[in-house]
Design a protein around this ligand. Structure first.
Ligand code: MN
Length: 525
């Protein structure tokens, strides 16, 4: 049993070493023992969830440590295995990954839209290491694949959490294949009526399309071979139901306005061949005017690269043709995971990462660092002030963020790239809560004073005390990730000179200085 299951996992790895296989086998054995006698809602042994998670991690190109952590990801939370035992048996790295996944489990969606953006931020920040996030996404993918066995009353919450929190994260990370699967698995639970409407609308097309697509693919394959193109790969797909739903909502629910319901994908070795194939396709089938898109020369904001064209095939099917290289293909399917994958197989295959492939990061960073606005306030005057502050903040993007955002233009290896990501992104920010549950992001070393000013300058100016996790603290206390911070206000209180040394953010320091200056002016009058 062990050998067979382990092989199911390792067969997807690119030439795993003996040590890799030993590590995965050991993780499997420990997981099997720890979860002994526990079952999933489906009736299957709990181990099946772990084997599947590990197998999918191997499939998307993760290395042995991440796969082992995938096998062990539920041990701390659900079994008698202690964190100490885990660390002793598997070392710091795997322990860190499992612990990260366990922590992420506490970030929960409670059904209020107000917190979604905060939750997504917190979700990414809590993960600390991008591999933690990937394990958690794959864990969720398997939970969604088996959602039909979960008690009815839990299904909707899990499915909505998937659409609101997990799907946007997969999008930011450019993991297109996992995004599509999560969306389509959650769709029928969250929007049952709309799902039925879409299914009815596409029923006849879906039936007919299989045959059409296969015919078109054969014709195309033949043509490409005749043109001397070797080593290419073709596949076809129907558009995901959820993404079709999103598009139909914007296009008057008319299928005639949808041109990419069916698509054929051609993956070739070089960029040069992409353009050559485009010529062959246009020679073979009539292209629709103004539907040719060169996302190779002009990548999409999330880094996506491909040539797109829409054609009418000989059996008058409207077909989108997507042409890309292997690197672009992995990038589109697995996003950030594909960078780790290339790192793993670098010795074996000479495939370079294109410049555009890294730009997911420049989209990830600014959107995550959009300054936080306190949404609880409804007062119009404070709103105007907050918008002004947000504007000021935007113009003052910290230097290190600008540096990373432009990092994708340099030729650093993906290894350095990831080290940079870990250091900068995760070690300079902390995320703390208001008592209402909103998240405020602050630099490491921030104090309750920074927190107070981040919420509103009026709150900052009249701070008289602070509670962290319900305990009164000094105003120079350093805040930690996940702290719940409450500011005690006193109308007669004013900023003092000392506050300047407590404040870490430039926003707070500027406000304090302004307040001090006006106090002095009053005194001198
Ligand atoms: Mn799990």
């Amino acid at each position: 049993m062990t050998t067979e299951d382990v092989q199911k996992i390792t067969q997807h790895m690119y030439s795993p070493s003996t040590a890799d296989i030993e590590l995965i086998t050991k993780a499997y054995d420990v997981a099997e023992q720890a979860h002994e006698g526990r079952f999933r809602y489906s009736g299957k042994p709990y181990l099946s969830h772990l084997t599947e998670t590990a197998r999918m991690l191997a499939e998307i190109g993760m290395g042995a440590h991440t796969i082992a952590a995938g096998l062990l990801h539920d041990t701390i939370e659900d079994t008698d295995l202690t964190p100490e035992e885990l660390q002793k048996e598997f070392g710091d790295e795997i322990f860190f990954l499992v612990q990260g996944v366990t922590k992420l489990g506490s970030v929960r969606y409670y059904g209020s839209d107000r917190h979604n953006e905060s939750l997504r931020k917190l979700f990414v920040a809590t993960s600390q290491d991008i591999r933690v996030l990937i394990i958690k996404l794959i864990d969720r993918l398997h939970n969604m694949q088996t959602l039909q066995y979960v008690p009815k009353e839990k299904q909707l919450r899990i499915a909505r959490e998937t659409l609101e929190i997990y799907v946007p994260v997969t999008h930011r990370l450019g993991m297109g294949r996992i995004r599509k699967e999560l969306e389509d698995l959650a769709f029928p639970y969250v929007y049952p009526e709309e799902f039925k409407k879409i299914t009815d609308l596409t029923k006849h097309i879906v039936k007919k399309s299989e045959v059409d697509l296969e015919k078109s693919r054969k014709t195309l394959q033949k043509r490409l071979a005749e043109a001397g193109i070797r080593d290419f790969h073709t596949s076809y797909r129907a558009k995901g139901m959820y993404s079709l739903y999103q598009k139909l909502k914007r296009r008057e629910w008319d299928m005639d306005n949808i041109h990419d319901f069916l698509a054929i994908r051609i993956v070739v070795p070089s960029i040069e061949q992409c353009y050559q194939v485009l010529g062959i396709v246009h020679e073979l089938w009539r292209p629709l005017p103004q539907r040719v898109k060169d996302y190779i020369a002009f990548p999409k904001p999330n880094g996506y690269q491909s040539l797109h064209t829409t054609v009418i095939t000989t059996n008058s099917t409207i077909l989108e043709v997507q042409i890309r290289t292997k690197a672009m293909h992995s990038e589109a399917e697995y996003g950030i995971a594909s960078h780790i994958m290339y790192k793993n197989i670098q010795q074996g295959k000479k495939e370079t990462i294109s410049g555009g492939a890294k730009s997911w990061f420049s989209t990830l960073v600014p959107s995550l660092f959009r300054p936080f606005i306190w949404r609880a306030s409804k007062n119009a005057e404070t709103q105007t002030q907050m918008i002004k502050e947000e504007h000021e903040h935007k113009q003052k993007i910290p230097h290190w963020i600008q540096e990373i955002a432009s990092a994708h233009t340099t030729n650093d290896s993906s290894n350095e790239f990831f080290d940079g990501l870990k250091d900068d992104f995760f070690s300079y920010r902390i995320f703390v809560f208001t008592p209402e549950g909103d998240v405020v992001d602050l630099p490491v070393g921030a104090s309750p004073i920074d927190f107070a000013y981040a919420i509103h300058s009026d709150i900052g100016d009249h701070t008289s005390g602070a509670k962290v996790n319900n305990k009164l603290v000094e105003l120079d206390t350093k805040l930690n990730n996940g702290d719940i911070v409450e500011i005690i206000k006193n109308k007669s209180n004013k900023p003092t000179q000392k506050w300047l040394s407590y404040a870490k953010t430039s926003l707070a320091r500027r406000r304090i200085r302004t307040a001090l200056t006006s106090q002095n002016e009053v005194h001198h009058k």
